[in-house]
Design a protein around this ligand. Structure first.
Ligand code: NAD
Ligand code: UD1
Length: 337
């Protein structure tokens, strides 16, 4: 019996595959490499010393995806494959709906055909919209999303819930990630954004590496944060990866249901706290300038991770120093060649 990991060559997928292989799970990756490089496959093998099957397949390609199910005995799916750039989703909404929503529908249809009804889905804290409180708890439910990317996540959550209503032999975990950062301690896998990054940590990495001149800190007059800069719940990608293992264990135990969990640390750090931690831990300079607020940004939000702790036995263990250290270690051991 195998676990199919869609998008398993990507940032969070590759770290999750490492954790699965470390636990001797039999895994298969499907990825079309639209936002990842094939080298990551060899690097996963190098870290774990284990082998696995990789299919370069687009999840929208029904025939090829079905073939993966035909050739293997797939028991469960961890579904990472999707496009994730918020700004790009505003420019190309149809691509995002097609890839993320239609891609998931294709996957679910084939899963039904092969009687595989266990899935872990990558959702995001963005589905809460702006609930008017900084601490996000699962019961708040989905709010009004602010961009097509967020809407695809919200729609897929709804689709999975409807699917369960139609057939309650499904076994579904929806994981709402907060802000994943960091990299594997080996420095072999991590996040390597193409072009100028939008997210904070990849931007800091490029500034520290002198590829970019300085960081623009988007606003220092937010209310409710320590120093007026935006605050977020950053979590180490290895902790996040382990969250998927725990979610699968929960599904194995429960047999059926739809389970929704926040995966975050429960603590928010400001932009300047992250910059200072990064400089201190890595002994590098990160010049910055205060810039206007970014459109659509909230002042502060963080997870209430109590439910994941109680029901999954999952707690994020790696702190801000490890997040900054491992992010930089990935740059010096990989991005610099
Ligand atoms: P990523 O881009 O590094 O990984 C996604 C992988 O999916 C890539 O390897 C890409 O090539 C692949 N992919 C995309 N479309 C595909 C398709 N149609 N067929 C096959 N493969 C396809 O992104 P990530 O950061 O690892 O994110 C993984 C998942 O988690 C995504 O669904 C993302 O939306 C979600 N998520 C990410 C974050 C974050 O901050 N990174 C936060 C919340 C949720
Ligand atoms: C963004 C997405 C969210 C997605 C997440 C992935 C939006 C509105 N939300 O969240 O859907 O799941 O990325 O991690 O885009 N910052 C700067 N300068 C920069 C970049 C960021 O000051 O160059 C600040 C931001 O204003 C924010 C914080 O850093 O306060 C984190 O930003 P970012 O990494 O982009 O994540 P989010 O905006 O939380």
């Amino acid at each position: 019996m195998s676990i199919l990991v869609t998008g398993g060559v990507g940032y969070i997928g590759s770290h999750t595959v490492v954790e699965l292989l470390n636990r001797d799970e039999d895994i298969i990756i499907v990825d079309n490499l639209v936002n990842s490089k094939p080298e990551a496959i060899n690097r996963i093998k190098k870290i774990t010393g284990k082998d696995f099957k990789f299919y370069e397949v687009d999840i929208l390609d029904e025939k090829k995806l079905e073939n993966v199910f035909k050739e293997n005995n797939i028991e469960s799916v961890i579904h990472f494959a999707g496009l994730k750039a918020v700004g790009e989703s505003v420019e190309k909404p149809l691509e995002y709906y097609q890839n993320n929503v239609a891609g998931t529908l294709t996957l679910l249809k084939i899963m039904i055909k092969y009687n595989c009804k266990k899935i872990v889905f990558s959702s995001s804290a963005t589905v809460y919209g702006d609930p008017g409180t900084p601490k996000y708890i699962e019961e708040l439910g989905r709010g009004k999303t602010t961009n097509p990317y967020g809407t695809t996540k919200s729609m897929i959550e709804q689709i999975l819930e409807d699917l369960y209503i139609s057939d309650n032999s499904w076994n579904i975990a929806i994981l709402r990630y907060f802000n994943p950062v960091g990299a594997h301690e080996s420095g072999l896998i991590g996040e390597e954004p193409q072009g100028i990054p939008n997210n904070l940590m990849p931007f800091i990495m490029k500034v520290a590496n002198k590829e970019l001149d300085h960081l623009n800190v988007f606003g220092n007059d937010y209310e409710g944060t320590k120093d007026g800069t935006g605050a977020r719940d950053y979590l180490h990608v290895v902790d996040l990866a382990i969250g998927h293992i725990k979610a699968l264990e929960k599904l194995d135990k429960e047999k059926n249901g739809v389970f929704v969990y926040n995966l975050g640390t429960g603590t928010a750090y400001t932009v300047l706290e992250i910059v200072e931690a990064f400089k201190k831990v890595n002994n590098v300079d990160v010049p910055y300038k205060i810039a206007p607020r970014r459109n659509g940004d909230l002042a502060i939000y963080y997870a209430d991770p109590t439910k994941a702790e109680k029901e999954l036995g999952w707690v994020a263990k790696r702190g801000i120093e490890e997040m900054c250290r491992d992010s930089w270690n990935f740059v010096i051991s990989n991005m610099r060649g």
